[in-house]
Structure formats: structure tokens, C-alpha cells
Design a protein around this ligand. Structure first.
Ligand SMILES: Cc1cc2nc3c(=O)[nH]c(=O)nc-3n(C[C@H](O)[C@H](O)[C@H](O)COP(=O)(O)OP(=O)(O)OC[C@H]3O[C@@H](n4cnc5c(N)ncnc54)[C@H](O)[C@@H]3O)c2cc1C
Length: 301
């Protein structure tokens, strides 16, 4: 069978794309290996009607809704390779399967690489987070640590001041703050530590202390770190779509990439702010573009 569209990735971006395509009576192969970026966390926030929902429950409801449409088929597999063919694309799966499709939507998201600090993965998603809009409310007024060696750290700290005034900023040995930025922070009672962070300590994912390489420590109950982001979709060499320096796939307003027949949505397309609701909206847009482009092709004489 040659599907109208294959979707690589079944997070909110891919799932919403499948929903729109299914409702447009287009045949869809939704290929997903169930490793969403937010799987480390216990609750998702900021999506109206779903505020505080467990990520697994979000996916359960979404798959139930999407698979009500008879033209949508779920493939619980990893896509390992994609080739361009005369009919569109041929996708190879980790289980040895092959899927043919006229169009593809890349919605495979990001892989997060956490800073190399002892214990970090025990706390990430439970008391250490990345996005204030996702988890700031739950951490309001708590003693927080903000760890980043990026020069952008100042912007994150200013933002976090909306949720808690009890902040310690750790530049993790980078000394990335300018003299003026240091003055801004100190004038608001925000402490700065430049010594590299050695380890996190706490119980059951709840942070209690942050240790530094010089043996000192601070007491903190939660905080924010800055993981590096790597795209999961690494098909640009074969499909020749353009990417940003960040790895995000370049698209137009409707999710069309620079490669004919290839669309991208969600974190894959570096849709910012990186949140479920934006990912879902961009999946919807990419699906609408696919339906529009297929319709034009089908009507050609
Ligand atoms: C700790 C944490 C907390 C967060 N909290 C919130 C929050 O409260 N609110 C909020 O709005 N956002 C939150 N986010 C951000 C949110 O998770 C992302 O914005 C969102 O998941 C992006 O959706 P997506 O569909 O682009 O990618 P994902 O949700 O990551 O989905 C991508 C899917 O593609 C699959 N995939 C990848 N490669 C392949 C392949 N080769 N073949 C097949 N399948 C593949 C993956 O397994 C995955 O299922 C949080 C993120 C983190 C890390």
C-alpha cells in the first residue's frame, strides 16, 4: 500500500497531524517508538483541558482519538532510514518492515543531553526542570537553583524571578555573566556561584543539596538546568532538507521543509516555545499542508 502520508513520531505533533489527516480521509502510517521527550516527568502543564495530566495518559487519550479514524494505522516501531522513490518515499523500520508513502511528516522530537553532573538524571523531571512555563508554578516561592554555563542564563533567571525570589545562580565554572548582569542579580539578593557543580543530593527525585567541586554545598529544594538538544530525525543527508545550526528543520509557516514532499512539526522543526500545545498546533498545520498539496496533485490533468 502507498499511504498518503507517513508520520515519523507520535508525540503531540505527530498525533495531531494524524488526527487531521484521518479526519480528511487520507491514509496515514503513524510510526512511533514511544520515547517522548517528556517521559521523565510526572505531569504536563499549560495545555487547556489537560493541565496537570500525566504524559502517558495524554498519549493514551490521543491514540484512542486518532485510531477511531479507519484510515490511520499505528506502527509501534522506529524508523531507521528513509529513501526517496518515484511514488514518494520508502521508510525502513527497526523490525524489518517497509512503509511506502506519498508524503512524510517528520515529528520525531528532540533527544535531551543532560549536563554531566553526578545524580542529575535522578532529579530531572521530578525536581529539576528546563522550562519555567511548564513547571514554574509547582516550584513557586521555593529555594531554587539555576544552573547554566550559557550566556543566556541571565534571561532565564530574570524570568524565574516571576515564580521565586529565592534564587542561586550557578554558572558551573563558565563565568558567563557580565559585570553588569552580576550587579543586576546581586541588587535583587540573588547569589552567584561560579565554582563548577559536582553533584546533586536528595531523596526519591526531590532535591535537597547541590555540591560544588570545592567541597561546599547549598540547600535547595528544586531548580532549573539547561540540557543540550539533539534532533531525533537525522534524515537530512538523504532527503536534503535544510536545517538550522540548532538542528531544527527549516520549514515555512505551514510546516513544509525545503525538500519536496517532506514536512516537519513540533520539536523537530524547532517550534518554539517548546511545549505540547505548540507541537500539536504545528502538527495540525503540517497535516493541513499535506492535504492541500495532495489535493492539488490529485486534481492535475
Ligand atoms: C522534563 C520535561 C517537562 C516538560 N513539561 C512540559 C509541560 O509541562 N508542558 C508542556 O507543554 N511541555 C512540556 N515539555 C515539553 C514537551 O515535552 C515537548 O514540547 C513536546 O513533547 C514536543 O512534542 P513533539 O511531538 O515534537 O515531540 P515528542 O513528544 O518528543 O515526540 C516525539 C516522538 O517521536 C518518536 N520518535 C523519535 N524518533 C523516532 C523514529 N526514528 N522513529 C519512530 N519514532 C520516533 C519518539 O519516540 C516520540 O514518541 C516538557 C519537557 C520535558 C523534558
Amino acid at each position: 500500500m502507498n499511504y498518503d502520508c507517513a508520520i515519523v513520531g507520535g508525540g503531540p505533533a505527530g498525533l495531531n497531524a494524524a488526527l487531521v489527516l484521518g479526519r480528511a480521509r487520507r491514509s496515514v502510517a503513524l510510526l512511533d517508538n514511544s520515547q517522548p521527550r517528556n517521559r521523565v516527568t510526572h505531569a504536563s502543564h499549560g495545555f487547556i483541558t489537560r493541565d496537570g495530566i500525566q504524559p502517558d495518559e495524554f498519549r493514551r487519550i490521543a491514540y484512542k482519538e486518532v485510531l477511531r479514524y479507519p484510515t490511520v494505522r499505528h506502527w509501534p516501531v522506529e524508523v531507521t532510514e528513509i529513501q526517496r522513490t518515484d511514488q514518494g518515499f520508502l521508510l525502513f523500520t527497526s523490525t524489518g518492515g517497509r512503509v511506502q508513502a506519498r508524503k512524510i511528516i517528520l515529528a520525531a522530537g528532540f533527544k535531551e543531553v543532560l549536563p554531566d553532573i553526578e545524580g542529575v538524571s535522578d532529579f530531572y523531571g521530578k525536581s529539576l526542570f528546563n522550562c519555567p512555563f511548564c513547571d514554574g508554578w509547582e516550584l513557586r516561592d521555593q529555594p531554587l537553583v539555576v544552573i547554566s554555563d550559557s550566556p543566556d542564563v541571565i534571561h532565564k533567571v530574570k524570568l524565574l524571578y516571576n515564580w521565586s525570589r529565592d534564587l542561586v545562580v550557578c554558572t558551573n565554572g563558565s563565568n558567563s555573566l557580565t559585570a553588569i548582569q552580576r550587579q543586576q542579580l546581586i541588587s535583587r539578593g540573588i547569589r552567584i556561584v561560579d565554582t563548577p557543580v559536582a553533584a546533586f543530593f536528595g531523596r526519591e527525585g526531590l532535591l535537597e543539596r547541590v555540591y560544588f567541586t570545592n567541597g561546599t554545598h547549598i540547600e535547595r529544594t528544586a531548580g532549573f538546568i539547561a540540557p543540550a538538544l539533539q534532533p531525533n530525525a537525522r534524515f537530512s543527508t538523504v532527503l536534503s532538507y535544510q536545517t538550522e545550526e540548532s538542528g531544527g528543520i527549516v520549514t515555512d509557516e505551514m510546516g513544509r521543509t525545503t525538500a519536496y514532499g517532506v514536512y516537519a512539526a513540533g520539536d523537530s522543526a524547532y517550534v518554539m516555545p517548546s511545549q505540547l500545545i505548540y507541537a500539536a498546533a504545528s502538527g495540525s498545520k503540517a497535516a493541513i499542508a499535506v492535504v492541500a498539496d495532495l489535493t492539488e496533485e490529485d486534481w492535475q490533468v
